[in-house]
Design a protein around this ligand. Structure first.
Ligand SMILES: Cc1cc2nc3c(=O)[nH]c(=O)nc-3n(C[C@H](O)[C@H](O)[C@H](O)COP(=O)(O)O)c2cc1C
Length: 405
């Protein structure tokens, strides 16, 4: 074996050891359980008891925004409406995120049990899994899973039916109100909020929209109990998190880890020894530079993430990274509001002009002003969250943005 091969085998076995240690603390989502037996146990509890459990668990949405799940369900329960809905958000369009795909492939029963538990609590009677069009390859299996559970619900006189809807590849349709518009046959454009979907969602009726992972965790909390879930995290964020690891990483893929790790701890496991930055939370998240690895916590008390972790090493030009992000946002902005439609375009033109020298370096101040205005004036979080990557990358890697490298 060559010296290089020996080194990389040694690194891999070190990484595997660390991962095994972490798995002992967070092994909830991918563990196989008997979901039918669990569902029977869930129905023996009252909806109030379940709501209290989910609220007390501290579970927060795993789709990125981190809204407390119990609070969302309570609002939908209390909202008046002739019909109520539960939607599983499986649109997963954030670049660098692919964990929902793996949960959908490997644990679809847990997602449907999570949806049924939400329906039991909120009195919803219809459920939809809104899955991104690119995941069409698993439609057959997901539909079969829905039918299996619908048969069981019917046998048990449980008034809930679940079905699959496919998106058509627009990133914005992951935003919950654009998703609802898309499901209604309209253009996938976000609505003004309030009203929030919990009071006026699909068909203008109370609707809970939860991420795939959130719903799978609901099932695991019902199975493992509160104490285990609470004990998993390393800080007070509560529970584990499924991460999608990509970029210049020694190992890439989907891993469930405790919340509350520092970026340094993360890089020690997944980095290639030369990590200079980690993009936490996908393109719309924050870029954390090496000097902040040790002090940045991944979790609700630190940097929030829907699960995407992209590692960059010293061979990457952060100018090209940022340009790539801005091209993506320019393409995916729904164009409905001017701050986002024009802002995404101008930010891209701005960094290109600074790089080519047709604008002075002081132009960055104007661009930062623009991105901060987008943060307050955009209609939805797409335009609002652009300040995260833009400001963090231009602050920590300004010399790379301007130099020819
Ligand atoms: C542009 C944009 C894209 C989004 N994409 C997704 C997505 O693919 N999946 C998801 O669960 N949430 C996505 N969200 C967040 C949802 O609007 C919503 O907060 C989430 O589905 C709520 O579920 P949770 O409380 O379980 O996290 C997106 C938000 C924005 C602004």
């Amino acid at each position: 074996m060559s010296q290089d091969a020996e080194k990389s085998t040694a690194k891999l076995s070190k990484v595997e050891k660390k991962l095994n240690l972490l798995k002992k603390r967070a092994h909830l989502i991918f563990r196989n359980i008997d979901c039918v037996k669990l569902f029977n146990r869930i129905l023996k509890k009252t909806p109030d008891e379940i709501l209290a459990t989910i609220t007390e668990s501290g579970l927060r949405g795993r789709g990125g925004a981190g809204f407390p799940t119990g609070m969302k369900w309570k609002a939908a329960l209390e909202a008046p409406g002739a019909v109520k809905y539960v939607i599983c958000n499986a649109d997963e369009g954030e670049p660098g995120t692919f964990k929902d795909r793996v949960i959908l492939e490997r644990q679809p029963d847990k997602i449907i049990v999570g949806m049924a538990t939400c329906a039991y609590v909120t009195k919803a009677t219809e459920g939809y899994i809104y899955m991104r069009g690119e995941y069409n390859f698993m439609s057959k299996e997901i539909k079969a899973c829905c039918e299996k559970w619908n048969d069981l619900f019917e046998k048990k006189d449980f008034p809930f039916r679940v079905s699959l809807r496919l998106g058509s590849g627009a990133y914005i349709c992951g935003e919950e109100t654009a998703l609802i518009e898309s499901m209604s046959g309209n253009r996938g454009e976000p609505r003004l909020r309030p009203p929030f979907p919990v009071s006026e969602g699909f068909n203008d009726m109370p609707t809970v929209v939860n991420n795939v992972e959130t719903l799978a965790y609901v099932t695991m909390i019902m199975d493992d109990g509160l104490d285990f879930f609470k004990s998993v995290a390393k800080d007070d964020s509560m529970g584990g998190k499924v991460f999608s690891v990509s970029g210049d990483a020694a190992i890439k893929g989907v891993f469930e880890l405790p919340l509350g790790m520092t970026v340094q701890e993360f890089v020690d496991i997944f980095g290639d020894g030369d990590t200079k930055a980690v993009q936490v939370g996908g393109f719309s998240g924050l870029c954390v530079p090496r000097k902040h690895f040790a002090t940045t916590i991944i979790g609700y008390r630190g940097v929030q993430t829907g699960g995407s972790m992209i590692l960059y090493n010293s061979t990457r030009s952060m100018y090209l990274v940022l340009k790539n992000y801005l091209e993506f946002f320019q393409e995916e902005s729904c164009g409905q509001c001017a701050p986002c439609r024009i802002g995404c375009q101008q930010l891209l033109l701005g960094i290109e002009a600074m790089r080519q020298g047709t604008r002075p370096l002081s132009h960055i101040d104007k661009l930062r002003e623009l991105v901060n205005v987008m943060g307050v004036a955009s209609k939805c979080k797409l335009g609002m969250s652009l300040a995260n990557p833009f400001n963090s990358i231009t602050e920590h890697f300004f010399e790379e943005i301007c130099s020819k490298w």
